[in-house]
Design a protein around this ligand. Structure first.
Ligand SMILES: [Zn+2]
Length: 131
């Protein structure tokens, strides 16, 4: 089972099969998001009172060190690290926009893509595409 860690403080972000991130809406409203750990699964658990609108771009933060997780590739993407069973670390970039299914797993010189809208940000990754 892969682990997910903050790229800044290396904190463990996965608890009971959920990746826990702090999220902020453009209106400043904030809450916690529980993301599914399987890449390409966009089920999200959140508080009933914290419901971002479709198409709204959020900002994700580490719930431990509170640093921004916005990707160095594009402001619309967030980045966290994935650690697989063998200890290899991969950068996972994903869209911060509600309803946008775009996820990128960087493996050395290649990028593996997930989600229906993954072509949208592919040009930010100057890498060859694996599939
Ligand atoms: Zn952190």
């Amino acid at each position: 089972m892969s682990e997910y860690k903050c790229p800044h403080c290396n904190a463990h972000l996965k608890v009971c099969d959920n990746i826990i991130l702090s999220a902020e809406r453009p209106n400043g409203e904030a809450g916690l998001f529980l993301l599914h750990p399987e890449l390409g699964n966009y089920n999200v658990i959140h508080n009933e009172g914290f419901i971002p609108e479709e198409g709204e771009t959020l900002k994700f933060y580490c719930p431990v060190c509170h640093k921004s997780l916005t990707s160095n590739k594009a402001n619309e993407l967030a980045k966290i690290n994935m650690v697989d069973d063998s200890g290899s670390v991969y950068e996972i970039h994903f869209s911060q926009t509600k309803g946008e299914k775009s996820t990128y797993k960087i493996e050395g010189e290649s990028v593996e893509i997930f989600g229906d809208h993954s072509s949208k940000y592919l040009n930010y990754f100057n890498l060859s595409q694996m599939k």
